[in-house]
Design a protein around this ligand. Structure first.
Ligand SMILES: Cc1cc2nc3c(=O)[nH]c(=O)nc-3n(C[C@H](O)[C@H](O)[C@H](O)COP(=O)(O)O)c2cc1C
Length: 226
């Protein structure tokens, strides 16, 4: 059958939205890895393309500027950079260590922050945490926002922290409390709507400058024109 000759043009196919999902825990049996797995399932069932990674893929020796200058970034940092660049957005489920960011994750962020283009810039991020505690590791996520915001990532306002996570999961890997599972799914669906809208309607921000209000000084400036 011939397509109609008048009326609105058919919609162009919408490109898939790609999500990098990983847990920042290196531990076997990690609660955050369970939560990251659940996030990946929810994203997939909402039509997102998911790349599930493990923190072990990105784990790197402690950041050292001399090593960077002499031999370049380590394989783990290069892998995180590559997979971020292949994605539109990232989702991290991170443990809280001593009310803050796990060292392995902060170290990976520090390495990757030296790449050009700097891959966190303008990328959307959703932060999740799981902890046996009553606060679910939420304080760690507030710390984690800081380097990401600094690097130009667009961190979603709602961060999901699963309290008493050691008893929160059912045998099917979902959150056993139906209301909480529903909140988790809604949080992810809302994040996905924002990422999709942003991918199709790009924002006007065109440059990343490490310290916008600082007097320009070529020796220390880190500026990326859009
Ligand atoms: C070094 C260390 C520090 C921790 N600090 C906190 C903390 O500040 N807040 C918290 O809720 N849990 C804390 N915990 C407990 C972790 O939340 C718990 O071990 C959790 O299961 C770690 O995440 P994972 O299961 O994904 O590995 C800490 C654990 C370790 C090993």
């Amino acid at each position: 059958m011939q397509p109609p000759t008048d009326g609105p043009a058919p919609h162009a196919p919408v490109p898939p939205v790609r999500y990098l999902v990983f847990s920042a825990s290196l531990r076997r049996g990690s609660l955050n890895t369970q939560l990251a797995g659940l996030a990946a399932r929810v994203i997939g069932s909402n039509g997102g393309h998911v790349d599930v990674a493990a923190m072990a893929d990105f784990d790197s020796p402690s950041f050292d500027f001399d090593v960077l200058e002499e031999s370049g970034p380590p394989p783990g940092a290069r892998e995180l950079d590559r997979r971020l660049l292949a994605s539109d957005a990232f989702v991290i489920a991170s443990p809280e260590y001593n009310a803050s960011i796990p060292g392995a994750l902060k170290n990976a962020i520090d390495w990757v922050s030296r790449f050009n283009p700097q891959p966190f810039n303008e990328r959307h991020g959703l932060l999740l945490s799981a902890s046996p505690s009553m606060a679910g590791g939420n304080r760690g996520l507030w710390s984690l926002r800081i380097p990401f915001e600094h690097l130009g990532a667009r961190i979603y306002p709602d961060m999901f922290s699963l309290a008493q996570a050691h008893r929160a999961f059912g045998d099917d890997g979902r959150i056993a409390d139906a209301q909480l599972q529903q909140r988790f799914e809604t949080n992810i669906a809302n994040f996905m709507s924002l990422v999709e809208a942003s991918k199709n309607y790009p924002c006007i921000k065109t440059a990343w400058i490490e310290h916008l209000g600082e007097h320009p000084e070529p020796v220390i400036d880190r500026v990326q024109a859009g």
